[in-house]
Design a protein around this ligand. Sequence first.
Ligand code: NDP
Length: 276
Amino acid sequence: MTIIDRYAVFGSPISHSKSPRIHTLFAEQTHQALEYTAQEVNAETFIAAVTEFFAQGGKGLNCTVPLKELAYQFATEKTERAKAAKAVNTLKLQSDGSILGDNTDGIGLVNDLTINHGIELKNKRVLILGAGGATRGIITLLLEQKPDCLIVANRTTEKALQLAIEFNHSFEGCGLDTLHDKAFDLIINATSASLSDELPPLPENLLAEKGVCYDLAYSNTPTAFVRWGQEAQGASKSLDGLGMLVEQAAEAFLLWRGVRPDTKTVIALLNAERQG
Ligand code: NDP
């Protein structure tokens, strides 16, 4: 009897997740036998759920909102990029029984921006909205692209200020209410507001001419932030996080299975499915 390796994504909310579909497509493409499911898990139930998953023979997990910082604490070993982020979106059971924590969000975002969409970040003014687990994961990789400046603005100002201290002031932290009179070439929405079709309170003219808006969240219809970019800011591109999702998943798949799937065909298929 063939034993199928089990993987899953934990988070809350999770019913909208495309991760099971993506990993199933990756498995078919690379001829790997595995099962990948989605499980509703919140911060209160995380430790019990993750402990049971690995005790029952699970091989690897993705963790999404609001679990990335908890997953970081759960991992017994961490990759360098996970340590930099202090947030983990990928857990892997290793042969010695230890649990490796990785963060593939940053590389997923940068690959989607630069390779899939041809967006150059060097010398650009970049704004990240939000200071949660996703922001932690993308900061280091964005800074490596040498933007002119990077600002992290959060609804709870203190959290953005603390994050800037933690990252040795390699970027500026501030509140959403201090963004007046500033303009950015790239605005990244890393808040979870889109999950309830809300828009963070933002001033007018926040996007520079020919600027780009990028929502980490994704949806079958344009998110509130993607619509804001298109309609209120005249963005040259207003993108959602479907491409990033596929790219970060490919990095997780590589960690788990030792093979990197082709992402372009999967992104094209998912885009066609949501438009049809
Ligand atoms: P967290 O729960 O860790 O952080 C949420 C952040 O959003 C906090 O900074 C919070 O601010 C802010 N926020 C929530 N609601 C609002 C609102 N109405 N107005 C303004 N700010 C708000 O979530 P994550 O960082 O893990 O995830 C953020 C988003 O990124 C989610 O939509 C997630 O789906 C998406 N994501 C997508 C990925 C992809 O591959 N495409 C990968 C990773 C994340 P405060 O501190 O004030 O509460």
